[in-house]
Write a protein that binds this ligand. Structure first.
Ligand code: HEC
Length: 135
């Protein structure tokens, strides 16, 4: 097969294949590929309240978070957090685990330097919802 034809064939094959792999990588085995990342969302969360609370609790004094004032670099940036697989490099990034992490970081990851901020369960749910909506 001539080189140009082979390249064209490879391009035709690799584009859909990588789209499939990407869809699988992002959604795991759960939702259909046309519903990307739904499973990461906290269904009942009030995202606007979550964002306001992040200003109130001054998450931006350590983290850079889209839509939240501050933007310090003392802690990992939280842009596109909904696409992350792990929290603090080791906990699976699910809505439940993220809420538990926000309520008590040192209780979840002993030795972590992220402090306990005194969030209520509702606060943690709404903040988790906002973080997971960051794609
Ligand atoms: C005093 C600084 C500080 C404040 C304030 C703070 N954090 Fe953190 N946060 C950290 C540090 C440091 C880490 C990294 C922890 C680790 O990897 O052990 C972290 C990690 C995280 C992570 C996991 C990040 C990742 O890349 O895995 C999330 C999510 C998070 N913080 C959310 C918040 C939210 C939401 C607030 C506000 C309610 C907040 N943080 C306030 C210091 C802070």
């Amino acid at each position: 097969m001539p080189r140009a034809a082979r390249a064209a064939l490879a391009a035709r094959l690799s584009v859909p294949m990588s789209a499939v792999l990407l869809a699988f990588g992002l959604t795991g085995c759960g939702p259909a590929p046309d519903e990307p990342l739904r499973r990461w969302q906290v269904d009942t969360a009030d995202l606007a309240r979550g964002r306001t609370l992040m200003t109130h609790y001054q998450c931006g004094s350590c983290h850079a978070v889209p839509g939240v004032p501050g933007g310090a670099e003392r802690a990992p940036e939280l842009a596109r957090f909904g696409r992350r697989s792990y929290i603090a490099g080791q906990l699976p990034n699910t809505p439940e685990t993220l809420q538990r992490w926000l309520l008590d970081p040192p209780g979840m990851v002993p030795g972590t330097t992220m402090p306990r901020l005194g969030l209520s369960e509702r606060d943690a749910r709404d903040i988790a919802g906002y973080l997971l909506s960051l794609q």
